[in-house]
Design a protein around this ligand. Structure first.
Ligand SMILES: [Zn+2]
Length: 163
């Protein structure tokens, strides 16, 4: 049985707590971003209850990602985390979750929100200065003068992006 499956018969009488760790394959999630690789594990602590013809799922999820910094291209590991997450899925109708007998796999419901939480622009650090082009030392970046270091370094990053 899939680790993210819940039993509807059981849910008719009581809510279910799904807690554990699984390889990322259970989510069948793929990264569309070259800078992000899904490495796992997928950790979850989810409370599942039946709500009429729908399932209400609440809790926290974490999925291990290996990212490449968009500025300096350095690889780093950072999980995507969803705290206080809640999702709802119909058990009937076109958009409903697929069931096998009394079992329903929650993966499709969880997958989309986890994927949406992937970083859009992964940075090893918010202050990452990026790659310093050859021949350009820190002295030339200090030309911003009184406008402040943060301001001038932001512009130098923009300049590099245009290249
Ligand atoms: Zn970086």
């Amino acid at each position: 049985m899939k680790p993210l499956a819940v039993n509807l018969r059981q849910l008719e009488t009581q809510s279910v707590q799904l807690t554990g760790e699984a390889p990322p394959e259970v989510l069948e999630i793929e990264s569309l971003d070259d800078l992000i690789e899904v490495v796992g594990p997928f950790r979850y602590d989810l409370h599942v209850q039946l709500n009429g013809d729908a399932l209400l799922v609440q809790g926290r999820m974490e999925l291990g990602l290996r990212c490449t910094c968009a500025r300096c291209l350095r690889p780093f590991d950072r999980p995507v985390q969803l705290e206080g997450w809640a999702g709802m899925a119909d058990l009937e109708g076109e958009e409903s979750l697929q069931s096998q007998g009394d079992w329903v796999d929650l993966a499709p419901l969880l997958r989309d929100d986890v994927a949406l939480a992937f970083p859009q622009h992964p940075l090893c650090d918010d202050s990452c200065g990026g790659l310093v082009p050859p021949g350009q030392d820190s002295a030339s970046e200090a030309d911003g003068g009184s406008r402040g270091e943060a301001f001038s370094s932001e512009w130098s990053v923009l300049d590099r992006l245009k290249l």
